[in-house]
Design a protein around this ligand. Structure first.
Ligand code: ADP
Length: 275
């Protein structure tokens, strides 16, 4: 049994979810791209959201983190209504929902060193500075197996896998109740992907709840407890990972499953250095 990292204080009775999403619609101007999405993330669970390019994964994660405002629906986090817009969210709410996404620097600022990347949110959320911040940063980096000797490096001096680990350490330092991982393994060599997934699994075993967003159903096999399959902005199938993978009900899911036989191509930008 996985214990959540956070107590259930203030949680409405009967609502055991870390995050509940109900009837999420999202648009870009007149074009609707998400239709009536609903899902829950249970404490300590990894919910995988899988869909092809253009299915709406990025829009969904931007809605959750409050960056895509053109949407409707309700979010409840830790039993309390979650304001849809980032600017309306309290510091505590922001601290409790952390995210890591894919970009050439693995969601790190190219001008910040490893140590700074992890210490900036510590200062912002907890007012930690100096030795206290350094100790916490060191601890977070240890959890992701990044040695302190890399603390002064810039993202460009790290491998793709190391960058993602540092981004995960920065999120962990904030002590989140939910970690949103958006395509965090994309563009990494297959062996590096596996090591990042293994790290996330370890964190999940420690009680961290996660949303793992990916186009790759094969990765879901190693990380997800439940999966939501997204096609053209709609949830076409959801359920326990093993049952969806063994017996997919929707033709779209069956197509995705067939595609997993093809190996994900590594991105030469980020895969030239060892993980
Ligand atoms: P995914 O992350 O699964 O690739 P996206 O959320 O990026 O999917 O895209 C979902 C849909 O929204 C697609 O049809 C895409 O073309 C459209 N879309 C994404 N960004 C914009 C934008 N800035 N303006 C208009 N349409 C967009």
């Amino acid at each position: 049994v996985k214990e959540p990292l956070h107590s259930a204080e203030g949680r409405a009775e009967g609502d055991a979810s870390v995050l509940s999403v109900r009837n999420l619609d999202a648009s870009y101007g007149r074009t609707q791209v998400l239709y009536d999405m609903s899902f829950d993330v249970a404490p300590g669970e990894c919910l995988a959201v899988v869909g092809e390019s253009g299915s709406g994964k990025t829009t969904m994660s931007r809605c959750l983190i409050g960056l895509h405002e053109d949407h409707s629906g309700t979010f409840v986090m830790d039993g309390k209504p979650l304001p849809p817009r980032l600017r309306d969210r309290s510091k505590e709410v922001k601290q409790r929902m952390q995210y890591v996404f894919q970009n050439p620097y693995g969601s790190l600022n190219p001008r910040e060193t490893v140590a700074t990347a992890v210490m900036v949110p510590l200062k912002h959320f907890y007012g930690d500075r100096g030795k206290a911040a350094r100790a916490k940063a060191q601890e977070a980096l240890e959890r992701v197996e990044i040695p302190w000797r890399l603390a002064d490096r810039y993202p460009a001096e790290l491998s793709g896998g190391q960058r993602q680990r540092v981004a995960i350490a920065r999120a962990l330092a904030c002590d989140p109740s939910l970690l949103i991982c958006d395509e965090v393994t994309s563009g990494l060599d297959v062996s590096v992907q596996a090591s990042v997934v293994e790290l996330l699994r370890t964190l999940q075993d420690d009680g961290l709840s996660m949303i793992f967003i990916t186009h790759n159903l094969a990765v879901v096999r190693s990380i997800g407890d439940r999966v939501v399959v997204l096609s053209q902005g709609r949830v076409v199938e959801s359920g326990a990972v093993e049952s969806v993978l063994i017996d997919p009900q929707h033709p779209y899911t069956r197509g995705l499953l067939a595609d997993t036989l093809e190996v994900d191509r590594p991105d030469p930008e980020t895969s030239d250095l060892p993980g």
